[in-house]
Unconditional design. Structure first.
Lengths: 329, 301
């Protein structure tokens, strides 16, 4: 027999062993120099609040002391709830505002930055209630996050998906471009529609919805009821400092805002006096209004504004309406 | 005579092969078993060194005390004081001790600075990488709102007499820690930072180096030829089956197995040896040095 060369069965394990040793050493060196995979990349924007903070805030809002509502409520939400509490004190059967608690469906947190800071969340209260969209705002570093606006999602409507960059949502300025209407214009257009109905120029580009129908019909009914003796006007305008916008995944925007509504009753002629229903009487502090009165309301609206050029209208996604006060002249 | 004969392997042929030709395939000489043990030991050392250098690194606690300064309602541990202590993403425990209520709260560095703005604050920072902690107090209001429960903190720990909070950065932003009493009284100044260091022990590198060296030796051993003497095989001389024993055979011995290892030359007269009556040179079978005593079954015939 001839002496053979190195059989393959010997050469193969030898090179495999060498590769294994080299690989093991490289892996050890790599691991021992430490890993930085736990931290988020520095290029991602930092959210204003993290999940733990959101939970704490929502828990505090849900557990707020009714005697100290201003600790966790502000803006229109505080006005509405205070008014509701005043009415319930006089009229025990008056409806209670929905609690802002429940399962968190969605949280949209803008990147951290200057104050005031805000974020939006959607809550699903139990018991078959509709989801609530809530805006929480922090006025300054030492202030708590307060719920400043809450609206119930309209039946059969779903919230549009928001554009996300890591953990943060993308906020928009009041005059952001690239939309069917800037957020400020969309809000004031909707206010116009609530004031004037189909005569408003924005009515053509705004889809019909339940809140608009309800408000317009109520106003019309009041007008028809009192106009013989009382001058009636109804007007809605965007509230100052209550506009928040977020970019949606389809390139449009989710615009959240508060409208202040004023319905004024001015008697025509002398001797006309109006009696107030119990709830308005509770707010006014008196049961009649000889010289007229003003009823103030706050409407919270959440609009979906499509991107410019999209074949869609501005549509209402969530809305709420509450009386905030009565002023008797 | 011919190189194909299996009985005798000339020295040149012996070095060519990985094993002595003619041995059964799979014969494990003694050197092979030693190489196995060396390779196994190499694997054990490598794995042990790798484990020590990565997952089984011994941890040791290190602590540093923040220097005490004048009374201020807030004490802020800067991002520089907390970063890089246990590698990126490591956890640092801050312990504060004082009389009365104690609060240790963590938030992003920007948020903590914004909360403390306007108040007299003792800021503890680290001078350079691995430097000492230095504290400086800024001017400001001597009393502030109670920082406990603020929505700015990502985590907080409160207690009476002492409080302890373990922080770990969760987002990309640097963390800072605020220590306070209740905002109206001076903040506790006995603040301690505790973290664990897990340096790679020297033993790990020693084990890895030794294991790599042994692995190299074991791999080289597979290639290195066995030092062996020229193999010579003793065989009985063939003779005709019948016929008397006549005496020394003068001609060349015939048969496939009777080739001498020595160079053919004039026949040297053989000793009269009863075991080798034909007078041929004894041809000895000798095993290579270092092989096992126990033979493989398929030994040379």
């Amino acid at each position: 027999m001839r002496p053979t060369a190195v059989p393959r069965s010997v050469a193969a394990p030898r090179s495999a062993a060498a590769l294994a040793v080299v690989g093991l050493l490289l892996a050890v060196v790599g691991c021992s120099t430490g890993s930085s995979g736990e931290r988020a990349t520095a290029s991602e924007p930092v959210p204003a609040v993290v999940t733990a903070q959101v939970s704490r805030v929502l828990t505090a809002v849900g557990d707020v002391d009714p005697a100290a509502l201003d600790g966790r409520f502000g803006g229109a939400e505080l006005d509405v709830r205070r008014a509701a509490a005043a009415v319930r004190a006089q009229v025990p059967t008056a409806p209670e505002p929905a609690p802002l608690a429940g399962r968190v469906l969605m949280t949209a947190v803008p990147p951290t930055g200057e104050w005031p800071r805000w974020f939006v969340t959607a809550l699903q209260p139990g018991g078959g209630a509709v989801p609530q969209v809530v805006v929480l705002e922090q006025a300054g570093p030492r202030d708590p996050y307060r719920a400043v606006a809450a609206a119930a999602v309209l039946p059969g409507v779903s919230l549009p998906d928001l554009a996300r960059d890591g953990e943060t949502a993308e906020p928009l300025a009041a005059d952001a471009a690239g939309l069917l209407a800037t957020p400020a214009d969309a809000l004031s257009g909707y206010a116009d529609v609530l004031t004037r109905g189909d005569e408003a120029p924005a009515a053509a580009s705004t889809a019909d919805d339940a809140l608009r129908t309800q408000v317009l019909s109520e106003q019309q009914a009041e007008r028809d009821g009192v106009s013989e003796f009382v001058e009636y006007t109804a007007a809605h305008a965007p509230r100052e400092g209550a506009l928040w916008s977020l970019r949606t995944a389809d390139g449009g925007a989710l615009v959240l805002g508060v409208l202040s509504g004023t319905r004024s009753f001015t008697p025509r002629g002398v001797g006309v006096s109006q009696t107030l229903p119990p709830d308005l009487a509770a707010l006014a502090g008196r049961a009649d209004a000889p010289d007229g009165l003003e009823v103030r309301t706050a409407e919270v609206v959440v609009l979906h504004v499509p991107a410019a050029g999209a074949p869609a209208q501005v549509s209402l996604v969530a809305g709420a309406r509450g009386t905030t006060g009565v002023e008797v002249r | 005579m011919s190189g194909d004969d299996a009985a005798v392997v000339p020295p040149v042929a012996a070095r060519r092969g990985g094993r002595p030709a003619g041995r059964g395939r799979g014969a494990l000489p003694r050197a092979g078993l030693q190489r196995r043990w060396v390779a196994a030991l190499a694997v054990v050392l490598l794995l042990g060194g790798a484990a020590l250098a990565t997952v089984a690194r011994p941890a040791r606690e290190v602590s540093a005390t923040a220097p005490a300064v004048g009374p201020a309602p807030l004490l802020v541990l800067d991002a520089s004081a907390l970063e890089g202590l246990d590698g990126p993403g490591g956890a640092v425990t801050v312990r504060a001790t004082g009389s009365g209520p104690v609060l240790v709260a963590a938030g992003t560095a920007a948020d903590v600075a914004a909360w403390a703005e306007g108040a007299a604050t003792t800021t503890v920072a680290r001078t350079g990488a691995g430097g000492a902690l230095v504290a400086a107090t800024s001017e400001g209001e001597p009393q502030v709102l109670d920082p406990a429960g603020s929505d700015l903190w990502t985590a907080q720990a409160a207690g009476t007499g002492s409080a302890e909070l373990s922080t770990r950065p969760t987002t990309g932003a640097p963390l800072a820690v605020l220590v306070a009493a209740d905002g109206a009284t001076p903040a506790p100044t006995a603040v301690e930072l505790v973290w664990t260091e897990r340096p790679v022990p020297v033993l790990a590198w020693v084990l890895l180096g030794g294991g790599a060296l042994l692995a190299l030796l074991a791999a080289r051993g597979l290639r290195r030829p066995a030092r062996r003497e020229p193999v010579v095989v003793a065989l009985p001389q063939t003779r005709p089956a019948t016929g008397p024993v006549t005496g020394p055979v003068t001609g060349p011995v015939t048969g496939p197995e009777s080739v001498t290892a020595r160079s053919p030359g004039p026949e040297t007269p053989a000793h009269e040896d009863p075991a080798r009556p034909d007078g041929a040179e004894p041809v000895l079978l000798r095993r290579p040095r270092g092989s096992e005593r126990r033979r493989d079954r398929r030994s040379l015939r």
